[in-house]
Design a protein around this ligand. Structure first.
Ligand SMILES: [Zn+2]
Length: 210
């Protein structure tokens, strides 16, 4: 079953290890970038539906919790877009993703973002990517949809197995922005670190919105 509503979790939860709030040192840097992007509404929530958008992740080695050869990362929790600041209750660790069954193994105080499969697939598509920032903006999305080569097709919805496969078809430079043509307002930046991923978004924002 595929639900087109933003924010609705489409993947299966294979296993979730419930924990207390994460410690600030685990999410502090990601949170500082999130706040910058929230301030310019690249992360936020739609009116009047109040459905949140935007999710950020950074690759982390969680092999002390679960051993796997797959990418592991810290990601913002589901339905957090409306909050200006997140705390240790709003971040969660993705320990594994089973592509065959489209199911996530996670550990933390909340459920991971509905777009977790897209993050996983992009990390898997290019192993030196360490940060992925997925945001929404109508002006930038329209511009990128018409002018930007790095794109997933209009008939591919976000968070679906098809979207996950699309990243493998892209010829990915070391860092960049990918526009998701089938996910209205949605695009993402990726890079070898959070700083570069964040700067890419601020750059395009300043170019078009100011
Ligand atoms: Zn989105």
């Amino acid at each position: 079953m595929v639900d087109i509503n933003e924010g609705v979790i489409k993947f299966n939860t294979k296993e979730h290890f419930q924990t207390n709030a994460l410690e600030p040192n685990e999410y502090r840097t990601l949170e500082s970038w999130r706040e910058k992007l929230w301030d310019i509404k690249l992360i936020g929530s739609y009116c009047p539906s109040n459905i949140g958008y935007g999710n950020l992740s950074v690759k982390v080695d969680y092999s002390d919790i679960l051993q796997t050869s797959e990418p592991q990362f810290l990601i913002t929790g589901t339905q957090t877009g409306h909050k200006k600041n997140l705390d240790g209750n709003d971040y969660v660790r993705v320990l594994n993703f089973d592509q065959e069954n489209f199911s996530v193994t996670s550990s933390g105080p909340c459920s991971p973002s509905s777009e977790t499969p897209s993050h996983f697939s992009l990390y898997k598509a290019k192993s030196d990517i360490n940060a992925i920032f997925h945001v929404h903006d109508n002006i930038i999305w329209k511009y990128l949809s018409e002018n930007h080569d790095l794109a997933t097709p209009a008939d591919v919805e976000y968070g679906t197995p098809e979207m996950a496969k699309q990243f493998l078809n892209l010829d990915l430079p070391d860092k960049g922005i990918i526009v998701m043509k089938g996910h209205e307002d949605g695009f993402l930046s990726y890079a070898k670190n959070m700083e570069e991923a964040g700067e890419l978004l601020l750059e395009i924002y300043n170019k078009l919105n100011r």
